[in-house]
Design a protein around this ligand. Structure first.
Ligand SMILES: Cc1cc2nc3c(=O)[nH]c(=O)nc-3n(C[C@H](O)[C@H](O)[C@H](O)COP(=O)(O)OP(=O)(O)OC[C@H]3O[C@@H](n4cnc5c(N)ncnc54)[C@H](O)[C@@H]3O)c2cc1C
Length: 414
């Protein structure tokens, strides 16, 4: 029996890490929650920050404010750089931290599949800095295009390319097209908007691969209706900041490539000597533990848990449900009980394609159009943390809806 309560170190205050800390609220443990940022970020709405619809403050919430009523949580703003798993000690940028249990909830990062030129010149969309950089770039390029007399150069400036036909790519392309056609067209009355293009590149022959075919088709049609050029079989092989080269040899002059084509586990997962599966995710047992390290739980985007031949998807519900199981298993271990197996309950999938348009799959039910859009709005509003954020997002959405405007059209210093 130790004198002090066991120390549960959690790396990552994202969807998974927050949920573990909350689930251990009434357990006699000392929780040390570590993150390189002092806020929790609601990543599903990042693309709205990138397209000038929301401010970063609306989708982020300070971690200390979330836990000020939970005395067993101590927050540390630090970068986790490694761990001595045998000695149960974490290496943080601020010093070492011994632990009894460790929860790795470090999430993912943009994956460029070894395309160095793309990594250098394209925009990722994974954190607040990425989203603000995209917003600044989009607004700046319109200012430059408005002053450019050479038609070819202006066309390249006004060509906006999104790579990756998953939910992030689809949502970004839809929002970008609306920003260009509904909002910026009013600001730049002297620009010829028939020169502006939004192109969505998808390497395979389908968008939203995890959705049923009817919804995939509806998504493609809706995007095309919103003036997004959807190109299938279009895999990027090079990008120098001015021209995309596709594997089939086609070239696309553009100053804007938003990379939504790949995600892999965060870098910390590489240096721990643990077995990694697809996308660098750490292979875990069905009880979410690292093999040979029962005190180490890995959850969310960082974890690779096989479900019928495929790893579970990198989505928020997986991270949150795994957090509950990991917290319960830590409690069981403390009480000398065996750990239980994680079972994922798929609550469905949603993706929006812009104003009045979304697709939703809930069990056997499938919707597209207005009903799915209202469902998407409601689910995302409810999931945001903090009353102020919910209110601000609701005000911004209402304003945009009635005014066809985007409130956050500021070019700021990055
Ligand atoms: C643009 C975008 C849109 C998305 N849309 C959806 C959606 O609509 N629906 C959906 O279900 N999912 C969506 N996702 C996926 C969803 O956000 C992730 O699956 C979810 O965030 C995973 O939760 P997590 O706890 O594993 O990691 P995260 O929520 O990513 O949290 C990881 C945390 O770890 C911290 N961290 C990482 N490494 C370190 C380190 N070395 N030291 C300290 N801190 C560290 C990070 O700062 C971060 O706060 C989207 C993702 C993106 C990027």
């Amino acid at each position: 029996m130790t004198e002090h309560p066991p120390v549960v170190a959690i790396i990552g205050a994202g969807f998974g890490g927050l949920r573990v800390a909350r689930a251990l609220r009434d357990t006699a443990v000392k929780i040390v929650l570590i993150d390189r940022h002092n806020y929790h970020l609601f990543q599903p709405l990042l693309y709205q920050v990138a397209t000038a619809g929301l401010s970063p403050m609306d989708i982020a919430y300070p971690v200390r404010a979330i836990f000020h009523n939970q005395p067993n949580v101590e927050f540390r703003l630090a970068e986790a750089t490694g761990a001595d798993l045998a000695a149960k000690t974490l290496r943080l940028s601020t010093g070492d931290l011994p632990y009894d249990y460790l929860v790795l909830a470090v999430g993912g990062m943009t994956h460029y599949f070894g395309l160095d030129s793309v990594a250098k010149h394209a925009f990722g969309l994974k954190d607040v800095d990425d989203a603000v950089a995209i917003r600044n770039h989009l607004l700046k390029i319109f200012e430059l295009a408005a002053q450019e007399s050479d038609t070819e150069k202006r066309r390249a400036m006004l060509t906006f390319v999104v790579a990756g036909g998953g939910p992030t790519g689809v949502e970004s392309a839809g929002a970008l097209s609306e920003l260009v056609r509904m909002v910026l067209a009013k600001d730049y009355a002297r620009l010829h908007f028939n020169e502006a293009r939004v192109v969505l590149l998808e390497a395979t022959d389908r968008l939203l691969a995890n959705f049923p075919e009817s919804l995939r088709k509806a998504t493609t049609e809706t995007l095309r209706h919103k003036h997004v050029e959807v190109r299938f079989g279009a895999a990027v092989s090079d990008y120098d900041g001015h021209r995309i080269l596709l594997k089939n040899g086609d070239a696309l002059p553009t100053h804007t490539l938003i990379w939504a084509a790949g995600i892999r586990a965060a870098s910390l997962t590489c240096g721990l000597g643990l077995r990694q599966g697809r996308q660098g995710r750490i292979v875990v047992t069905p009880t979410l533990q690292a093999p040979d390290h029962p005190e180490l739980f890995v959850i969310g985007d960082a974890a690779c848990l096989d479900a019928g031949g495929e790893p579970l998807p990198m989505v928020a519900p997986v991270a949150m449900q795994q957090a509950e199981t990991a917290a319960g298993n830590i409690r069981r271990m403390i009480n000398g009980q065996p750990c239980v197996t994680f079972i994922y309950k798929d609550s469905g999938s949603l993706a929006t394609i812009g104003r009045h348009q979304a697709v939703a799959q809930l069990g056997k039910l499938r919707f597209s159009g207005f009903v799915a859009w209202v469902l998407w709005l409601t689910v995302h509003l409810l999931q945001l943390i903090g009353f102020r954020n919910k209110l601000m997002v609701m005000i911004n959405w209402t304003w945009e809806y009635w005014s066809y405007d985007r409130a956050i059209r500021l070019i700021t210093k990055e």
